[in-house]
Design a binder for this molecule. Structure first.
Ligand code: DGL
Length: 283
């Protein structure tokens, strides 16, 4: 083989290797996106991940869209530009930030695969027998155009009863079990009667990535027959489909954790919920 083409081949191989080692960026306002990271690690065990909890600016759900958009832009720029981070794809592990920012982030970074999260209304329709579906989410998600359009597109298939859950993500963030229980009790009561008989809500969409970490409490309040639906697994499958160069290296992927707020909080949540024992750095 001529020297020039073997050099070109070597440089291509080096580029490729560097590319396949690039991590997937995942961010949320706080620890909630760990529920998505958990599903991502199960689906893509050989990929490296960088998780950013924007705890210094949380919660997002009770802020205006412009604020959330600016935070999403700042985190994305950081993850792209730092040479030691340089992500190959971005997962917005937050319903509120997806609703506020995904279309603009895709415009800003057309070369970057960007995957978002939205309340799992379609999977809920498939599970519900009564056709009455509760949706717990942040005020920001429920008020967004994106969510309203999704809900309207499915309005002929089920009845959705939506409950904004102010304070719940924050209580989960602080792992305050008493407050989580009190808010879950209040908000599920706001959704009306649960059960499998006609007219009752038999399926509950957890439309904020923090809420799967309250699912034991919710299930014990509502009984074992009510379906709780979140989006972790579908998002992980979609991420796999969107990767342009998945890792070819069959060694377990690594996770790096960053926080703009309390690193202790993220570190202990990752250990508690994912069994992930890595130290967390400040961003
Ligand atoms: N975990 C986020 C979501 O999925 C938002 C929580 C918050 O910061 O209010 O919407």
């Amino acid at each position: 083989m001529p020297l020039a083409s073997s050099k070109a081949l070597l440089s291509l191989a080096a580029d490729l290797l560097e590319h396949v080692k690039r991590p997937i960026g995942v961010f949320d306002s706080g620890v909630g996106g760990l529920s998505i990271l958990k599903a991502l690690r199960a689906e893509l065990p050989f990929e490296n991940f960088i998780y950013v909890a924007d705890s210094g600016f949380a919660p997002y759900g009770e802020r205006d869209e412009g604020f959330v958009l600016e935070r999403a832009r700042a985190i994305t720029r950081h993850l792209i530009r730092q040479p030691d981070l340089a992500i190959q794809a971005l997962v917005i592990a937050c319903n509120t930030a997806t609703a506020a920012a995904i279309h603009l982030l895709r415009q800003d970074h057309p070369e970057l695969p960007i995957i978002g999260v939205e309340p799992a209304l379609k999977p809920a329709i498939a599970l519900s027998q009564t056709g009455r579906i509760g949706v717990m989410a942040t005020r920001g998600t429920l008020n967004s155009q994106k969510f309203k359009a999704l809900q309207a597109s499915l309005a002929d298939q089920a009845q959705f009863i939506c409950q904004p859950c102010d304070g719940l993500a924050d209580a989960i963030e602080r792992n305050d079990t008493d407050q989580i229980t009190a808010l879950c009790t209040q908000y599920t009561m706001g959704l009306g009667r649960f059960g499998s008989e006609p007219g009752a809500v038999d399926t509950l969409v957890l439309g904020c990535t923090h809420y799967p970490f309250a699912s034991q409490i919710l299930q014990s309040l509502l009984g074992p027959k009510v379906h709780l639906v979140d989006n972790g697994e579908p998002v992980a499958r979609q991420t796999r489909r969107m990767l342009t160069s998945p890792s070819m290296d069959a060694t377990p992927g690594q996770c790096q954790l960053f926080s703009t707020g309390s690193s202790d909080l993220l570190q202990s949540a990752a250990k508690r919920w994912l069994g992930l024992d890595v130290s967390c750095r400040l961003l």
